[in-house]
Write a protein that binds this ligand. Structure first.
Ligand code: GTP
Length: 365
């Protein structure tokens, strides 16, 4: 603990560590220019929504474990005082994976309980409730667990009648329970210090199974509030729309929302339709007759007349020509989609690519 982080003798009740060092491969090409937690989501960097929830839970000291594009976090959030937080940044020379990143910030922590967050989860979990579960069970680690409809896509985490975690199971076609790791944990600080230092370590593959094998108390906390892993383009547009529609909780929204969030000096033609929780970035233009639904337009985007944009992300400065159709597509920064082109089914256009106005249909599947 450095002198500037600890003014009183008694340690704070809980501190937060947010893991933001991943490369965000699944969200490329959007993550070529910005790390995933900094992508504009309902008008602010995604991380702002998480930080607002941490502050609302009464936690003030936040340590960001950074690696990929490390410098942009501090450039934006500074010391955190604008948000009522004290934010510190710890950069990994080489990515240390999730548990390695937690271990790497251990010397910045002084509280007994450390709440660790994956930096790409949008969640309404009651953090006070999570801490109460941890403390009342005198747990070494407590995991937020969520019940999902499609557990076979994840590793699952069974618990016993007392809520103790009994195993960490790999993905299988026939998972025994529908509970999965929600990417938010409370660690006793000594457990953080017991993680091997200076090498990559995964929480799910090494730390948690190792704790179970050693007989540690690993507690599950099932919470059924809003939860979404924003790691894929489909999830990213859904989460952004849920924030704008008010389905996902946040105190960081930059303005009035509803069917759409229109930022700064964006222009929307009177006969264009922008709905379904879409965000229109500052300086963007949506021309006559265009229809934008459940989508995210970054800053400086132009959507041509009569174009259709559904559940898609359009990167900064990109242009979508008149009559083009984007459905479940990702268009990188500065790309140009020619008049009448159709992009569907998860197709991704790389930054600055110029798709000619030939009306061709492109599909990723
Ligand atoms: P993909 O490459 O698309 O899988 O995304 P990702 O790199 O973010 O990986 P993943 O979603 O598995 O990571 C979960 C969380 O841990 C995210 O918030 C990442 O930023 C973070 N994370 C992953 N690896 C590292 C790492 O090596 N160091 C740090 N500091 N954070 C990491």
């Amino acid at each position: 603990m450095t002198a500037d982080t600890q003014e009183s003798a008694s340690p704070p009740e809980a501190e937060a560590v947010v893991l933001v060092g991943g490369q965000g491969v699944r969200l490329r090409p959007l993550t070529l220019s910005a790390p995933k937690p900094m992508l504009p989501t309902a008008g602010v960097p995604f991380l702002s929504h998480l930080l607002s929830r941490i502050r609302a839970a009464g936690i003030e000291h936040v340590v960001l474990g950074t690696s990929y594009k490390a410098e942009v976090f501090e450039e934006h959030f500074g010391d955190g005082s604008d948000l009522g937080l004290h934010i510190e940044y710890v950069v990994e020379d080489e990515p240390l994976d999730t548990a390695g990143a937690i271990r790497n910030v251990a010397d910045r922590l002084s509280a007994e309980d450390v709440v660790v967050f994956n930096g790409d989860i949008l969640s309404g979990v009651d953090l006070g409730g999570l801490l109460r579960t941890h403390r009342s069970n005198r747990a070494d680690v407590t995991l937020h667990l969520v019940e999902v409809a499609d557990p076979h896509r994840f590793g699952c985490v069974p618990t016993d009648a007392d809520g103790r975690v009994t195993a960490f199971l790999e993905k299988t076609d026939d998972p025994p329970v529908d509970q999965i790791n929600a990417g938010c944990y409370v660690f006793r600080r000594e457990v953080v210090e017991s993680i091997p230092a200076g090498r990559p370590v995964s929480v799910e593959r090494e730390t948690f199974p190792g704790l179970l094998a050693a007989g540690a108390r690993v507690q599950g906390h099932v919470d059924s509030s809003y939860w979404l892993d924003m790691g894929t383009p489909a999830a990213f547009v859904r989460g952004s729309a849920d924030l704008v529609l008010g389905n996902a909780p946040s105190e960081a929204l930059p303005g009035p929302t509803g069917q759409a969030l229109v930022l700064g000096d964006a222009e929307i033609a009177p006969d264009a339709h922008v709905t379904g929780g879409s965000t229109v970035g500052a300086g963007s233009v949506v021309e006559s007759g265009a229809r934008v639904t459940g989508s995210v337009l970054f800053d400086g985007v132009r959507i041509g007349s009569g174009a259709v944009v559904e559940r898609s992300v359009v990167g900064a400065g990109a242009v979508v020509g008149p009559g083009a159709e984007l459905v479940d597509a990702v268009v990188g920064d500065g790309a140009r989609v020619g008049e009448g082109c159709e992009l569907r089914d998860g197709l991704r256009v790389w930054p600055e690519v110029d798709l000619p106005p030939n009306g061709v249909r492109f599909s990723a599947s």
